[in-house]
Write a protein that binds this ligand. Structure first.
Ligand SMILES: [Zn+2]
Length: 121
């Protein structure tokens, strides 16, 4: 096990926090890059449609097959995902982000945002 850091001792000013964001370092335990959250399972890319605190909703379009009509129909799939501290300022609503499955982080969250997908323009 890694050394457990005491959060009470780590009182930092906002300026110091901003510097850490620029360096892409965070003290988030649930961060897949700097914490000890292991990733496994499926990966999706979708549009970020809701953002509140450390929770985001990512939605993407998929085509569902209807055997009766032998046709496909558009269906929106969506999951709630955890947004790590180091990505908090980098992604906004409307961005295309990549999410990967992880252990259940809460009742509704078992995905974590791992990065931003750059649009080809
Ligand atoms: Zn991080």
């Amino acid at each position: 096990m890694a050394k457990k850091k005491e959060t009470k001792a780590q009182t930092k000013t906002k300026q110091e926090e901003k510097k850490e964001v620029e360096k892409n370092v965070c003290n988030d335990k649930k961060c897949p890059f700097h914490g000890n959250l292991s990733l496994r399972g499926r990966t999706f890319a979708g549009e970020l449609t809701r953002k509140r605190g450390k929770t985001v909703k990512v939605e993407w379009l998929r085509y569902k097959y209807y055997p009766k009509y032998e046709r496909y129909t558009k269906v929106m799939s969506g999951v709630f995902a955890y947004l790590p501290e180091c990505l908090h300022d980098q992604v906004q609503i409307g961005d295309r982000v990549k999410i990967t499955e992880c252990r259940p982080l809460s009742k509704t969250k078992h995905f974590v945002v791992v990065g931003k997908v750059k649009k080809k323009e």
